[in-house]
Design a protein around this ligand. Sequence first.
Ligand SMILES: NC(=O)c1ccc[n+]([C@@H]2O[C@H](COP(=O)([O-])OP(=O)(O)OC[C@H]3O[C@@H](n4cnc5c(N)ncnc54)[C@H](O)[C@@H]3O)[C@@H](O)[C@H]2O)c1
Length: 253
Amino acid sequence: MFSLDGRVAIVTGAGSKRGIGRATAISFAGQGAKVIICDIDLDGVMDVEGIIKAKGQEALAFKTDVSSAGDIQKVVNETLGKFGKIDILVNNAAINQPVKVIDMSEEDWDRVIAVNLTSAFLFCRAVLPSMIERKYGRIINLSSVAGKTGCISYGGAHYCASKAGILGFSKHLVQEVSPYGITVNSITPGTIATDIRGGLESEEKQMEISARIPCRRFGRTDEVAAAICFLASEEAGYITGEDIDINGGVYMD
Ligand SMILES: NC(=O)c1ccc[n+]([C@@H]2O[C@H](COP(=O)([O-])OP(=O)(O)OC[C@H]3O[C@@H](n4cnc5c(N)ncnc54)[C@H](O)[C@@H]3O)[C@@H](O)[C@H]2O)c1
C-alpha cells in the first residue's frame, strides 16, 4: 500500500535539520519516489540530498527562494528536463515571526505572505501545465492550526493570515484541476517539534505548552510526513479538497 515507486516529487522547505519537509522528503524517497528538495538553506538541502543518495535513492537539491517566481521556474524546468514529469508537489516552506500588528512593518507582512502563501500559488502555477497534460498530480499544501485559531504560543497575524489563505487557495484549486486527475489537499499541523518557533523549546517550555494539548505532547515530524505520504499516493486519488488536522486534539473542526 501507498507506494510512491517511480513518482517524482518536489518538497519545498526540506532543508531544516528537524523539519517536516526533511522528514517528508526522506519518507518519499524511502517509498520509491525521486525527490527534488528545495530550500533557501543550501547546506540543508545538500545534507538531505546526501542522506537520500546514501540509501541508494534518487534526490536532487536546489537552493530556492520560494517567493521568487524565477527560482521556482528554474526548479520546475530542470526537474522536467531530468525526470520528464512532476507527480507530487508539497508546498511546505514557511517562516513565522513573533510581532504584534501594531509593531508590524509592511515589509514584515509582505515577506511572510510571499514565503508562506504566494509561493504556493507560484509553485502550483509552474507545475500545473505538466500535470494537466499528463492527467495526474498530487498537491499538498501545509497550513497551520494558527490559520484557524490565531497563533497561541508564538507568531504573528501575517503567519495566521497566510495559513488561512492556504486553506482557501487549496479548496479553490480543487474546482479548477479535478477533471485532470489532480488532487489538492492541505495538512494542518498543531505544535510539532521543529525550529519554526524561533528554535525548539526547552523541555520545560514543551511541558508547559503540552499541558494544553489533549495528547499531552508535541507532534513528531514523522507523524506529519506519514499523512503527507498518504495524500501523495495513487490510492488517495478520490480525496481532494480535504484538510487533515494533526494537532493532538488541540483544535477540532
Ligand atoms: N512545526 C510546527 O509546529 C508547525 C505547526 C503548524 C504548521 N507548520 C507548517 O509546517 C511547515 C514546515 O514547518 P517546520 O515546522 O518544519 O519548520 P522549519 O522551520 O523546520 O522548516 C521551514 C523550512 O522553510 C525554509 N524556508 C524559509 N524561507 C524560505 C524561502 N524563502 N524559500 C525556501 N525555503 C524557505 C527554511 O529554511 C526551513 O528549512 C510550514 O509550512 C509550517 O508553517 C508547522
